[in-house]
Ligand binder design. Structure first.
Ligand code: MN
Length: 738
């Protein structure tokens, strides 16, 4: 490779100047000098290094700093840290030197960044542990994560020069953890660029097709948008409101997702773009002006009332504020309109960092970020989770949307989507959660497993007699509630075991038998309990009564002090009998429906078993035991390849617990059909639905309903009723949720 050194030097200086130019508005006295010092240090440290593309290495830290300033809105400390982010890891420079030259704050951030960098290099459990460390650093200084995101974004932008296997690895890490993190921090622009780049490197064909289609339809789209906004513009001008209107297509990645999920071609994606109206408004008039413009838009076009989203009155937890509505254009096409102010727009694009510019009016959002970080800290401090569990929990919290609910006093609480009244109770206080017997939602009585909806006002009902049950683990979604319930169950079990031990000793004394260790050991044998603890627990719980204990002493009345005779091993047959006896001990059959504290199990999502189904348990590596139906599409594979991880399982009687299952309803389309179907489900049979989707195609109607039933009998009853509805041809159970 021929390198023109002079040319390269010029280019480096150019890029450095561009960075300074962009940073200028945020620089304070003396800042420029510090940045220059950091730049010179980085330049010198990396002088012999080149990137895979052949470019001088310094291009990378310069680009990362540029992203921090331009796309995230960070200031001097971050610029310095970004410029130096790779020196401790890749060159001879030590952290102490950075601390001496740039101070404690910069040194801490760089230390955090250096520690984070190895995250995905090791096996998965190590990754998880490192990820946990990264988040601990994050809660110290959020800039670590922001700079890390800038670093990752630049690496994704320059992924072309990497070998194929590296491309795939980096791209998947990005979609797995960095894009959701960016989303959670409100960095929408970075999040969607990361997603688009992920698609580009993992499914080039799809990416190119959509990109080409977007380009090809540009002219027609512009024309449509122009016509659509014309009357709105005229009205805004007349009222002398200052504004800007953008009509941008959605990201390639989100279009691709829509095409895949709904299995449709590009032409049929109806919400390809959104029209954004950005208003110039002083802080005190922001809300009223946005609603005024909403009113103007809906004067011209009919809105879809189901699609109104007001994130101005209640901003998302990541700080997003905007008013969204979907209206019908003159040609019958639905168009999403987003209404917001310039301040809101900047925050939407750049995330929390942009708040720093609007300090005066952003106190509430700052505290929202604080709340989020506090939650992360909370999760980190609960040490009994394995690191992998933690990452899974954390990711599901990142992905799931949120519900906003209110306390009786009107205080807003944000919970993950799917959270129940019980989660809410634990969110307020552990004591309230532990004693929760139900709730009043919007003044209506609901059970503790009621799934919260946006805007619900929730009052928790408690009773001093209540305590956590194993069942509860099935319908809480927050990690806080889960771990608190588990803790209590563990403690209860200990207490019951202690009581059980006392009962045994008392009973034995009463029967004038010495409670020696040997005696207790024989008793354990007699009752087939795997451990002494288990024996005590079963007595404490009343599974083994004092009458049973008496029977035991009568069974061995001769001399309990004499050692138990060995089983004479006569022939192979006896041994086999013994083995069967051991194998058939109760602990080898997983009883679903009680004692969830004994074994942690979950119901598999691929086949959504409900009581009454034939089931088996499968021991997974990270998630405890998963219960599958024997008819599950995955069953053969699991049984074939992992036989040793199969556990027998059967249902015990259920105490009014409901299980999620899916029904497919097919029939001929007629007016009122959906209404009739949902009426039977919710009113006649009092079944709770979790979701319902219908579509009709040339007179054929197809619906998918996810609902809660108690068992297979209950489900059959429901199917029978639904099949009697006029127009319904077939009702069948379906497996997967997705
Ligand atoms: Mn880097």
């Amino acid at each position: 490779m021929v390198i023109d050194a002079a040319q390269e030097k010029k280019e480096i200086i150019n890029r450095y100047r561009r960075l300074l130019r962009k940073a200028k508005p945020v620089l304070k006295e003396g800042d420029a000098k510090l940045i220059k010092k950091a730049f010179t240090m980085a330049l010198e440290a990396h002088k012999d290094m080149r990137r895979k593309s052949g470019e001088p290495y310094i291009f990378h830290p310069l680009a990362v700093a540029q992203i921090c300033v331009e796309e995230i809105g960070l200031g001097t400390t971050s610029i310095i840290a970004a410029l130096l982010h790779d020196v401790v890891e890749d060159t001879d420079i030590e952290l102490s030197e950075i601390k001496r030259l740039f101070g404690q704050k910069v040194a801490r951030i760089i230390d955090g960044l250096t520690k984070v960098s190895g995250i995905f290099e090791l096996d998965s459990s190590q990754q998880a542990e490192n990820f946990r460390k990264m988040l601990l650093t994050l809660s110290e200084d959020v800039r670590v994560i922001l700079i890390k995101l800038a670093d990752r974004l630049h690496n994704m932008r320059t992924l072309d020069s990497m070998p194929r296997n590296k491309q795939l690895k980096i791209a998947s890490e990005t979609i797995y953890i960095y894009a959701p993190l960016a989303h959670r921090l409100g960095l929408y622009a970075i999040k969607s660029e990361m997603e688009d780049l992920y698609l580009r490197f993992t499914d080039r064909e799809m990416y190119d097709t959509i990109a080409r289609n977007i380009r090809d339809t540009q002219a027609a789209r512009n024309k449509f948008i122009k016509q659509f906004v014309q009357p709105i513009r005229e009205e805004l001008d007349r009222l002398k409101i200052r504004y800007e209107i953008k009509g941008r297509p959605k990201s390639i990645y989100s279009i691709a997702n829509k095409m895949r999920k709904q299995n449709i071609p590009f032409e049929e994606v109806y919400d390809l773009f959104a029209v954004r109206i950005i208003l110039d408004a002083p802080p005190e008039q922001e809300k009223s002006l946005c609603w005024q413009v909403y009113s103007i838009v809906t004067d011209f076009y009919t809105p879809n009332p189901d699609r109104l989203r007001d994130w101005i009155s209640t901003p998302k937890a990541n700080g997003y504020e905007s008013l969204h509505t979907t209206v019908m254009a003159k040609n019958g096409q639905w168009v999403e309109v987003q209404i917001r102010t310039f301040r809101m727009d900047e925050i939407a694009e750049k995330g929390y960092a942009a708040h720093w510019k609007y300090k005066e009016s952003s106190a509430t959002h700052e505290s929202n970020l604080e709340k989020w970080l506090a939650k992360v800290r909370d999760m980190l401090e609960q040490n009994d989770h394995s690191a992998l569990d933690f990452v899974n929990d954390f990711r599901s919290n990142l992905f799931s949307d949120e519900v906003f609910v209110f306390t009786p006093k009107g205080e807003l609480k944000t919970l993950p989507y799917g959270a129940t009244a019980l989660d809410f109770a634990f969110e307020i206080h552990t004591q309230i959660g532990s004693r929760c017997i139900g709730a009043k939602v919007n003044n209506k009585l609901v059970p503790i497993n009621y799934v919260l909806k946006n805007g619900d006002q929730v009052e928790i009902l408690t009773s001093a007699k209540q305590k956590p049950h194993e069942d509860w683990l099935r319908f809480v979604v927050t990690s806080k509630a889960r771990s608190k319930i588990k803790d209590t169950l563990k403690e209860d079990k200990k207490k019951l075991a202690e009581e059980g031990k006392e009962i045994i000793i008392r009973k034995l004394k009463q029967l004038r038998t010495e409670p020696t260790h040997l005696m207790l050991e024989q008793m354990r044998e007699y009752f087939n309990a795997p451990t002494h603890f288990d024996l005590y627990y079963r007595v404490g719980k009343g599974f083994i009564t004092t009458a049973d204990i008496k029977r035991f002493t009568e069974y061995k009345p001769a001399s309990p002090l004499k050692t138990k005779p060995h089983i004479p091993v006569a022939d192979a047959k006896t041994i086999e009998q013994e083995i069967t006896k051991i194998k058939n001990r109760y602990e080898d059959i997983l009883l679903i429906g009680e004692d969830m504290d004994v074994v942690d199990y979950k119901l598999a999502k691929c086949c959504t078993p409900i009581p009454g189904d034939d089931v088996f348990g499968f021991v997974t590596v990270n998630e405890g035991i998963k219960i599958h139906r024997t008819t599950c599409p995955n069953a053969t594979e699991l049984l074939a390849n992992h036989g040793h991880r199969i556990v027998k399982a059967k249902w015990t009687s259920q105490h009014e617990v409901a299980f999620l299952t899916g029904l497919k309803v097919r029939g001929t389309d007629r007016v009122g059909l959906i209404n009739d179907v949902s009426k039977i489900i919710s009113e006649e049979l009092k079944v709770n639905m979790s979701s319902m989707s219908f579509h009709t195609d040339s007179g054929i109607f197809e619906g998918e309903i996810m609902l809660y039933v108690n068992d297979t009998r209950h489900l059959e009853q429901l199917i029978n009723k639904l099949e009697k509805v006029e127009g319904v041809v077939k009702v069948s159970r379906f497996n997967s949720k997705e």
